[in-house]
Design a protein around this ligand. Structure first.
Ligand code: F6R
Length: 604
C-alpha cells in the first residue's frame, strides 16, 4: 500500500526512480510523484494523478540530479489528485517527504501548525510531517526528523530530503516497511525490495523505531532516540527476473502458471521419507510442546484467511487438534480469550498486513505463542512471530493472490502433517499424504493444460451479473476464495455459501440469470453435493461444477485430477483462478491492478 523509492549516488536519478516506481506500482496506483535535488541546489518536483506512466510523461527531459525520492500512492486521507500525491514539500520548498502509513493525530497537528502560520497544499495526513521537519530548529536533519516523529502518533515509513543537507536522505520506520539497498558508492531506500533489486541485492531492513542516514558512500542506522544500531546487509533471496512478466500478458497469468514450480519449492528439502513426516526448520516448537497444543487458531485476512480455513481443516484432520481460522481484522476487537495451550498462527503473503500484525502484537502482549505462515522473508510478521513456515512462492506482484494462496495451503499441509506425526497420525497416513503432496505439481500442470476450455466457459459466464459459489466442508473455503477472486478482478457480484445452507435462504436468489459454481469432490459428501445441485436445477439455475468426474446435473464440468481427500481443495481452487482471470479478461478489466485495491494493506 503506497510505495517509496529513493536514491543517492552518482547516477542520473530520475530514470532510476521512475523504474523503481513502476516496480512498486502494485502497492498503490492512484497518483505518483518525484522530487530530485537539482544540480544547482533546490528541489525539482513533479506529481501526477493516475499511473506512473502519467508521471513519466510529465517529467521534463532536462530533469538532472543524483539524489531523489519518489512515491506511488493509494489514497487514504484526501482523494487521488496531483496535490495530494507525495512527495510533500514545505512552503519554502526546502523539505521533501514521502510517507507510507497513517498519522492518526494529523488533524490536531495540522490545526496547531496552521495556527502557527504553516500553509498546507494538500489534504493529506502526511504533509504534517513535512511542516514539522521544516519548523524544527534542530541543528541536524536527523534531529529535525526525530523531533517531528516524537509528536506523531500512528504508523510511518518515511524518506526525507532537505535542501540544507544535500549529502543525505534520512529514513525512518514505525509500522510501514523500509529497506535500504546498499550499492557501490550509491544507496537506495524503498518500501519493498522490488524497487531496488535490479541494482543491488544487499539490503538492510529497518526495524520499527529505527532510522537511517544514507549518504552516497555510507549509511548508518540508529533508534529514534539516537542510539546507534548495528545493521549487517543481507542478500535478497529472490532474483530480479522474478519481478518481470516473463512473456505473459499479466502478472496474474504468470503467477497462476508458476504454481507447479512454486509448490515444488515449498516442498523442497522438507520431506522426511524415513519417518513419513516433514522437517520445518524455523518452527521453534519441539515435540513435547507440539503434543501440549490443545487448540490451533489461525488468523489472516482475505485470501490468507481462506487459506487459513483450509489450513485449519488440515490441522484438525491430520493432527486431530481442534482448529479454526478467523479474520485477523475482527479477532483483536472482540477481546478474545487468549489461552496458553492454544497455538496461534498468523498467515500473510506480504507479512505486512496491518490487521494481522496488530493481532500478533496483541497476542504476544498477552503471552501467547504465535507462529507465522508468511511468504516475504524478513517481513514484519515474520519478524514479530516466534517461528513459522515460509511459503516460498516467490514474489507475487499481481494485486490478487493466486500462487501464494496455493503455497500457503501446501505449507499448512506440511505443518499439519508434522503435528500429526508427532501426535497420532499413522506412518501409513503420513506416507499417503506425502505421496499426495508429491503429486501436486504435475496435477496442477494438468489443470493448467485445460486453460483454453476454461477460457471458453469464462466467455459464457462473463455475461452474468451475479454468481453463486457453493461447497461443503473442505469445499466451502474453495468456494469462498473462488468468489473473492471473481469479484476482485471481474467486478461481478459473487456470493459463497456452504452448499448445505442453500435451502436456508440463498436458494431464493437462484434463477437462470444467476449461475452457480459448485465444488463437487469425489469424497464422502458427493451425494450431498449432488442433492444441492438438484435443488438448483429444480429452480432452473445454471451450474458449472468443478469435480473429479462428469456431473450430470451440471451444465458444464471442469474435471480436476483426484488427490487425497485432504489435499483436494488445493487442486479444486486452481481452475477457478483461471475462470476468474478469463472472465475479467473477457470484460476488459485491468487485471493486475483492480479498482480500489492495492497489495499489502499496511493501514487499518
Ligand atoms: C485477495 C488478496 C487479499 C489479501 C489480503 C491479505 O486476492 O490478495 O485478500 O489476501 O489483503 O494480504 P496478506 O496475505 O499479504 O496478509
Amino acid at each position: 500500500m503506497c510505495g517509496i523509492v529513493g536514491y543517492i549516488g552518482k547516477r542520473d536519478v530520475a530514470p532510476l526512480l521512475l523504474e523503481g516506481l513502476q516496480r512498486l506500482e502494485y502497492r498503490g496506483y492512484d497518483s505518483a510523484g518525484i522530487v530530485i535535488a537539482g544540480k544547482s541546489g533546490g528541489f525539482k518536483a513533479v506529481k501526477a494523478k493516475g499511473r506512473v506512466r502519467e508521471l513519466e510523461a510529465r517529467v521534463p527531459k532536462r530533469f538532472a540530479g543524483t539524489t531523489g525520492i519518489a512515491h506511488t500512492r493509494w489514497a487514504t486521507h484526501g482523494a487521488p489528485s496531483d496535490v495530494n500525491a507525495h512527495p510533500h514539500l514545505d512552503t519554502e520548498g526546502k523539505v521533501a517527504v514521502v510517507h507510507n502509513g497513517i498519522v492518526d493525530n494529523a488533524s490536531e497537528l495540522r490545526a496547531k501548525l496552521e495556527a502557527d502560520g504553516a500553509v498546507f497544499a494538500s489534504e493529506t495526513d502526511s504533509e504534517v510531517i513535512t511542516h514539522l521537519i521544516a519548523r524544527s530548529q534542530a541543528a541536524s536533519l536527523e534531529e529535525k526528523v526525530r523531533e517531528a516523529l516524537r509528536v506523531i502518533e500512528g504508523t510511518y515509513g518515511i524518506a526525507v530530503m532537505h535542501a540544507d543537507f544535500p549529502d543525505r536522505i534520512v529514513a525512518a520506520r514505525n509500522g510501514s516497511p523500509v529497506v535500504l539497498g546498499i550499492g557501490e558508492k550509491e544507496m537506495f531506500v524503498a518500501s519493498d525490495v522490488a524497487a531496488l533489486i535490479s541494482h543491488t541485492r544487499q539490503v538492510v531492513t529497518l526495524d520499527d523505531g529505527e532510522m537511517a542516514t544514507l549518504k552516497a558512500d555510507d549509511f548508518r542506522t540508529y533508534t529514534t532516540s539516537g542510539t546507534r544500531t548495528t545493521a549487517t546487509p543481507e542478500t535478497v533471496e529472490w532474483e530480479a527476473a522474478s519481478y518481470d512478466m516473463g512473456g505473459h500478458d499479466t502478472y496474474m497469468h504468470k503467477e497462476i502458471c508458476e504454481q507447479p514450480d512454486a509448490v515444488d519449492r515449498v516442498l523442497r528439502g522438507r520431506i522426511d521419507d524415513k519417518f513419513s513426516t516433514v522437517h520445518l526448520g524455523g518452527l521453534n516448537l519441539d515435540a513435547r510442546e507440539a503434543r501440549g497444543i490443545r487448540r490451533v487458531k489461525i488468523l489472516g485476512c482475505g485470501t490468507s484467511y481462506h487459506a487459513g480455513m483450509i489450513g485449519a481443516s488440515l490441522v484438525e484432520g491430520l493432527a486431530r487438534i481442534p482448529a479454526d481460522s478467523e479474520p485477523a481484522s475482527e479477532f483483536r476487537y472482540r477481546n478474545p480469550v487468549v489461552d496458553p495451550d492454544t497455538l496461534y498462527i498468523a498467515v500473510s503473503q506480504s507479512g505486512e498486513t496491518y490487521d494481522v500484525l496488530a493481532a500478533v502484537q496483541e497476542l504476544k502482549r498477552k503471552g501467547a505463542r504465535v507462529l507465522g505462515v508468511v511468504n516475504v522473508v524478513g517481513s514484519a510478521i515474520a519478524r514479530e512471530t516466534d517461528g513459522g513456515v515460509y511459503v516460498h512462492a516467490g514474489p507475487e506482484v499481481c494485486v490478487v493472490s493466486t500462487k501464494c494462496f496455493t503455497n500457503t495451503v501446501v505449507a499448512f499441509a506440511l505443518l499439519a502433517l508434522h503435528l500429526g506425526r508427532i501426535r497420532d497420525l499413522s506412518v501409513a497416513d503420513g506416507k499417503r499424504i506425502i505421496e499426495g503432496l508429491r503429486a501436486l505439481p504435475e496435477q496442477i500442470q494438468e489443470i493448467l493444460a485445460q486453460e483454453e476450455d476454461i477460457k471458453k466457459l469464462a466467455a459464457e459466464y462473463a455475461e452474468a451479473k451475479s454468481m453463486m459459489f457453493i461447497g461443503r466442508v473442505r469445499g466451502y473455503p474453495v468456494a469462498l476464495e473462488a468468489s473473492l477472486k471473481l469479484k476482485e478482478i471481474s467486478y461481478i457480484h459473487a456470493e459463497a455459501y456452504p452448499a448445505s445452507e442453500l435451502k436456508h435462504g440463498p436458494l431464493a436468489l437462484i434463477e437462470p440469470a444467476m449461475p452457480t459454481v459448485a465444488i463437487v469432490p469425489d469424497d464422502s459428501l458427493l451425494e450431498k453435493n449432488r442433492a444441492a445441485m438438484e435443488e438448483i436445477k429444480a429452480r432452473s439455475g445454471r451450474i458449472l461444477a468443478v469435480a473429479h468426474r462428469e456431473q450430470e446435473k451440471a451444465d458444464h464440468t471442469i474435471l480436476v485430477p483426484k488427490n487425497e481427500d485432504e489435499l483436494d481443495p488445493i487442486l479444486m481452487g486452481i481452475p477457478l483462478q483461471l475462470l476468474a482471470y478469463h472472465t475479467a479478461l473477457a470484460l476488459g478489466r485491468d487485471i493486475d491492478k483492480p479498482r480500489n485495491l492495492a497489495k499489502s494493506v499496511t493501514v487499518e
